[in-house]
Design a protein around this ligand. Structure first.
Ligand code: ZN
Ligand code: ZN
Length: 436
């Protein structure tokens, strides 16, 4: 939530630029992408744009078709076959003929698979920038006290360059490697870029988290377009719009769209200033392919316990490789409840995050779940371009609520589901994009 405003005289700029040369250039030699063991230093990444997917598991995530296995088993009713209209639903299920026709000719872009929801906090600070304690403390606290599945420390980029000769970025990554336990707890480090300080008012046009970068971006960039360039030039990087609307200026010039940046800008935080929902609509309508996150942006030693905000990620397993794949496939959701989930599917098999082409009609299915007795849902809603509500289904306080919406695809559209719990907590699914 906190906007970082740094005092930057000419000397500070010079120091930062020097450090950008010294540390950002060849100083960071750790592997850019998911490694489950501490193999820092094994590879020689030399520049922010040097990131290459390290293995075949990630190689197929590159390119315009983000859906990972769109052609492998599209149309097979194996995944999420339990999505169904529940007894409380007021929207009719699609007629068999329509669903059958779509299943027989699935078009392209249908991302299928078997995944489960994991919960994390992927935006947090330590004393390595303007927070408290160390990344190692954050990982231990998030795991042992908060009970998170995933903790990613993202200190401010500018401050990671300060205090030579300590390599705080490298230290964070070493501590993450030590805490990372594939299958039980996922620890990693990213960084938060505070882009676009508009002289002379020093208003920021926005902050962005960067995940899976091989090295720090340059510390000093004068405009968010420079940041866009760095992100577009880093093939392994995943970007996130941080706390949109936290300050009137933090909308990236009304979500100015750039297609080459869209490839790597995959995530959108709902923790921000005021009502973030209209800003999410604005970003989607502008063309961004982003999915919701809900983090805590901790500046105190309360990683995971500051509130019940959680980012939800549907992953094949609890590993960095699976995290990268889920982020890149935009298979995420936001929740204000610490263990509630929401899932949007098309035709029962195409996961949220899919970018469908060749679909004249679709059945959008939504499932919302909360493991806690008495923590039920009021309603599920489906939205489309312009924030138009396409349908709503009453949940009558049920812990598990499903809904199904038949839709005709007549142009380039997106769909997003929301669920509201009886206690007021909001959940937002990833979008599904479609065109006939
Ligand atoms: Zn920030
Ligand atoms: Zn922050």
């Amino acid at each position: 939530m906190r906007a970082l405003v740094l005092s930057r005289g000419p000397l500070a700029l010079a120091v930062a630029l020097f450090l950008a040369q010294a540390c950002g250039g060849g100083g960071d030699a750790s592997s850019p992408l998911p490694s489950e063991t501490g193999d820092s230093g094994a590879e020689d990444a030399t520049a922010p744009d040097a990131g290459q997917p390290p293995d075949s598991a990630l190689a197929d995530q590159q390119g315009p078709d983000v859906a990972p296995d769109a052609t492998a088993d599209a149309g097979q009713p194996d995944a999420a076959g339990d999505v169904a209209v529940d007894q409380g639903a007021s929207v009719d299920a699609p007629e068999d003929g329509e669903a059958g026709a779509d299943s027989a000719q699935p078009g392209v872009g249908c991302a299928t698979g078997q995944y489960q929801a994991y919960f994390g906090d992927l935006h947090a600070h330590t004393s390595y920038s303007d927070g408290q304690q160390t990344p190692a403390d954050a990982f231990a606290y998030a795991r042992d006290v908060a009970g998170l599945d995933i903790m990613v420390v993202t200190d401010h980029l500018e401050q990671l360059y300060w205090v030579p000769p300590v390599d705080r970025w490298g230290e964070c990554r070493s501590q993450a490697d030590a805490a990372n336990q594939p299958g039980s707890f996922l620890a990693d480090c990213g960084f938060e870029y505070g882009s676009g300080f508009i002289l002379p008012t020093f208003q920021s046009t926005g902050h962005n988290n960067v995940f899976f970068s091989p090295s720090l971006f340059p510390a000093v960039q004068t405009d968010f377009h420079d940041f866009y360039g760095s992100l577009a030039g880093c093939s392994s990087c995943i970007g996130q719009f941080n706390h949109p609307g936290d300050g009137a200026q933090q909308t990236w010039n009304d979500f100015e769209y750039r297609a080459d940046v869209d490839e790597n800008m995959n995530l959108f935080e709902f923790n921000g200033g005021g009502d973030v929902w209209p800003l999410f609509i604005q970003a989607l309508d502008a063309g961004w392919h982003v999915s919701p996150m809900m983090n805590q942006d901790n500046h105190s030693a309360d990683w995971g316990t500051a509130n019940d905000n959680r980012s939800g990620l549907f992953m094949s397993e609890l590993t960095r490789t699976a995290l990268y794949e889920a982020m890149k496939s935009r298979r995420t959701f936001m929740t204000e409840d610490k263990n509630a989930s929401i899932r949007l599917m098309a035709n029962d098999v195409c996961w949220m995050g899919s970018m469908l082409q060749g679909y004249g009609s679709l059945t959008l299915s939504v499932m919302a779940d909360d493991a806690d007795a008495g923590d039920g849902f009021d309603a599920i809603e489906l939205y489309g371009p312009g924030g138009t509500m396409l349908g709503t289904v009453a949940c009558n306080g049920q812990q598990s609520c499903a809904a199904s919406f038949p839709e005709t695809v007549s142009g380039s559209v997106w769909y997003v589901a929301r669920a509201r719990q009886s206690d007021g907590d909001l959940l937002v699914s990833a979008p599904i994009w479609a065109q006939p």
